[in-house]
Write a protein of this length. Sequence first.
Length: 289
Amino acid sequence: MKLTKPRLALICGILCISIFPILIKLKLAPGLISAFYRMAIAVTLLLPYVLLSKNFKIPSLKLTFLAALCGILFGSDVSVWNLAIQESSATQASLLTNLAPVWVGIGSFFFLNVRPATNFWIGTAVSLFGMVTLVGFSFFMDLNFDNAFLFAVLSGILYSIYLLISKNVLSEIDVLSFMTISLLASSIYLGIVCYLLNEPFTGFSNTGWFVLVLQAVICQLCAWICVSYATQHMRATRVSLSLLSQAVITSILAWLFLEEQITLQMIIGGIILLLGIRITFYEKTISLK
């Protein structure tokens, strides 16, 4: 049961995250301000709960700083990913951002003294091949090395650093306290950035506000409480690779709600991608830790 709960939490988190690219593609708010409201609305809802229920525990100064740093990293990740999606295609942004498992594996080796098991690298290779198959090999012929490309790659790097740091922090503090501190830091940081860049804080349509609230509740609170819980109990490398499966779910949602086409090649790519993720969960392997 102890092993099952984190996996179920991870699945729930992935399902909640998967609707995010669909909402961003609607372009009802600028990318940076969308990231700000995602964090600000989420912490506005979470803070009263943790205070009234006495679930907030003040950690040491060092852990508070690291949790706040995680908030800044994650806020930066979401911001540049939003910009990448809005300046190019969700496909390009998602593919390049999802290089994060590679960076997590490398970071685990050099900074956490954790050598990922052999099946992680095999699963990563299979999953990335599945991702490439899903989006289509011709996609790479039209790949533009522009600002959107750099934003998407930067998003993956920022996300991998966030995962590595949060893994250590979550080993010493509870999920809700971590989320509260990181969301507060992220909201303040993004609020300052948006103000300095003269981003519009108002003037959105009713649908736009609804989408901003939906992002905060589903894509941030629900998703990242689940993912943080999974990160607390599972390897960071395994969590990061499992998040690749959101590409499959997003494709299905785009087909249902945006009438985007699903081809046989995409189905095959999705199956290969999920197979790669499954390989990393194969326990009977020789770990090189």
